[in-house]
Design a protein around this ligand. Structure first.
Ligand code: ADP
Ligand code: MG
Length: 300
């Protein structure tokens, strides 16, 4: 495209909340055949809330909440915020006037799995199955039952292990963006197929994908895994876009022919992307492609 055409299209995009960084993205976006969507914060709102909680051991719900809070208070993960918020409400409902234990030593973040540390003389781990496996914490049939039941309802389970046994669990749900299903359907009508990649587990990912009408899901993918998925699709000769919001999406945003970041996402993702959807509305994926189609057809 000529510099003038790019400038005109960029101006038009900006007025609609679609920030296009340079001509390259504009020249590629009309060729997109596959779009890879991140789950959390991209297809979903990214503000999970706790919808159920259980204890599996001799610890009380309050103790489980206190331990979880001690660990999660140090985490930036949206799931951590959900757990801390829930624990706080529970304490208020119990009329508990005592402050929770928030002191944690040897705090560690385990990316894609959870957090852990020492609370007093106890060892605490808060996270998913993978975290429990990594620390040889057994996940028995009762716990497994709770997990699978909730995962099939599109929820993510957070396990709380105290001294090597699963003491309790939370189940969080992250509402879908209202436009998500509509956008996936519309993209299909444009001849564009959609795929989901997520760091979350397969059962939850599949349940969420089903709700928006996506058939293909790659779960438990780390940042490099998300980028590899993009490269794999490109090797088949497909022009691929990535839509994401997290630090963990940035390698994929860079690898994609067109990387689109959610405006409400992390700075790292916004920097890695070619296009920023300022309003964080998925409809603007279509706006961006339309803009490219119109610009390129005018030129040729
Ligand atoms: P995503 O943002 O796609 O869910 P992440 O890599 O951030 O991917 O996390 C993957 C999974 O790891 C989460 O779904 C959750 O099960 C677990 N996890 C990560 N951080 C935490 C945390 N602070 N507390 C509980 N679980 C966590
Ligand atoms: Mg995300």
């Amino acid at each position: 495209a000529t510099p003038t055409a790019v400038m005109v299209a960029s101006g038009k995009g900006a007025s609609q909340g679609v920030l296009i960084k340079g001509g390259h993205a504009l020249e590629k976006a009309h060729k997109i055949k596959t779009i890879v969507f991140d789950k959390t914060g991209t297809l979903t709102v990214g503000k999970p809330v706790v919808v159920s909680a259980v204890v599996f051991s001799n610890f009380t719900m309050e103790e489980v909440c206190d331990m979880a809070t001690a660990a999660e208070a140090n985490s930036e993960h949206p799931i951590a915020k959900a757990v801390v918020g829930h624990a706080k409400r529970l304490r208020q409902n119990l009329g508990s006037n005592g402050e929770p234990i928030v002191d944690i030593k040897e705090f560690e973040v385990h990316p894609g799995a959870g957090v852990g540390g020492k609370v007093g003389h106890r060892t605490v781990l808060v996270g998913n199955r993978r975290l429990m496996r990594a620390f040889n914490v057994p996940v028995g049939p009762k716990v497994e039952g709770y997990i699978s039941e909730n995962e099939h309802l599109a929820r993510t389970c957070v396990l709380v292990a105290i001294d090597g046994e699963v003491a309790g669990a939370f189940s969080v749900t992250d509402p879908l963006k209202p436009e998500a299903g509509r956008v996936i359907t519309f993209l299909r009508s444009m001849g564009i197929s959609s795929i989901m990649v997520t760091g979350d587990n397969l059962a939850t990912g599949t349940a969420v994908a089903k709700e928006v009408g996506i058939d293909t899901v790659f779960a438990e993918t780390d940042p490099a895994g998300k980028a590899d998925k993009i490269k794999e699709l490109q090797l088949k000769g497909t022009t691929v876009a990535m839509v994401g919001d997290g630090i963990n999406d940035s390698p994929a945003l860079v690898a994609a022919d067109v990387g689109m970041a959610i405006g409400a996402g992390t700075d790292v993702a916004i920097e890695a992307a070619d296009i920023v959807l300022i309003k964080s509305n998925l409809e603007d994926v279509v706006t961006a492609i339309d803009l490219s189609r119109k610009t390129m057809s005018r030129i040729r």
